[in-house]
Write a protein that binds this ligand. Structure first.
Ligand SMILES: Nc1ncnc2c1ncn2[C@@H]1O[C@H](COP(=O)(O)OP(=O)(O)OP(=O)(O)O)[C@@H](O)[C@H]1O
Ligand SMILES: Cc1cn([C@H]2C[C@H](O)[C@@H](COP(=O)(O)O)O2)c(=O)[nH]c1=O
Length: 212
């Protein structure tokens, strides 16, 4: 059985990841591929429970290291119980965020450091990396407008962090993409969803043609 392909969609808040992940899963299914659409943090009952603890923390919230460990724990469960079995069964996995979010948010903006996040990922998930990571970038004012329209004032514990934090997240993503150009594809997320989707599909064309 051929191993499936693992596609991660990354980017800052409001860049359109969830919208694009859904559209991409539909487009891949329409090509006859067996697709598992999932997300992080989450994707399994245990990881979804950890998601609740991370986005709506009890008490005074988590310290930076505890937060990084919780994301790694959620991911370990998700990889072991859902992503790896799907790939081994020849399915394609489309994941709305993966380890590069931990590298950008906890490692970069949160100050835990890239090496530590990667070490946690090695322990928890055997260092699994996507075959391709689609990094969606939008103008920050566009992203803020979309989030305000979607959420009003109801930000979660991480989305509600200040502008400086989210600017550091964006910088960390950019640096990762520059450092690993063979894995990352930078996608312009400005414009209507259908136009962004066409760019994503364009970026995946070599992978799709290889699979024919
Ligand atoms: N290309 C687009 N043009 C206009 N609005 C969009 C576009 N893509 C998504 N939206 C809208 O913007 C909001 C945020 O989109 P979405 O939830 O897909 O982003 P996200 O990157 O997954 O956000 P988050 O990381 O905060 O969960 C939603 O209300 C969505 O309908
Ligand atoms: C996987 C992952 C996520 N986050 C943050 C990013 C968002 O603020 C929330 C939830 O994600 P959503 O796309 O808005 O649903 O969690 C993070 O800090 N580190 C991670 O590894």
């Amino acid at each position: 059985m051929a191993k499936g392909q693992f596609i991660a969609i990354e980017g800052g808040e409001g860049s359109g990841k969830s919208t694009q992940a859904k559209l991409l899963a539909e487009a891949l299914k329409a090509r006859g591929l067996d697709v598992d659409l999932t997300r992080e943090p989450g994707g399994t009952p245990g990881a979804e429970a950890i998601r609740g603890l991370l986005l709506h923390p009890p008490g005074e919230g988590w310290g930076a290291e505890a937060e990084a460990l919780l994301f790694a724990a959620a991911r370990a469960d998700h990889v072991a119980r859902r992503i790896k079995p799907a790939l081994e069964a020849g399915r394609w996995v489309v994941c709305d965020r993966f380890v590069d979010s931990s590298r950008a948010y906890q490692g970069g903006a949160g100050g835990v450091g890239d090496e530590t996040v990667r070490a946690l990922h090695e322990i928890g998930s055997g260092g699994l990396r996507p075959d391709v990571t689609l990094l969606i970038a939008v103008d920050p004012t566009v992203a803020s407008r979309r989030i305000a329209q979607r959420d009003g004032n109801a930000a979660d514990a991480i989305g509600g962090r200040g502008q400086l934090y989210h600017a550091a997240v964006a910088r960390a993503f950019k640096e990762m993409a520059e450092a690993e150009p063979h894995r990352f594809v930078l996608v312009d997320g400005n414009g209507p969803p259908e136009a962004v989707q066409a760019r994503l599909i364009g970026a995946l064309t070599p992978m799709l043609e290889q699979d024919r």
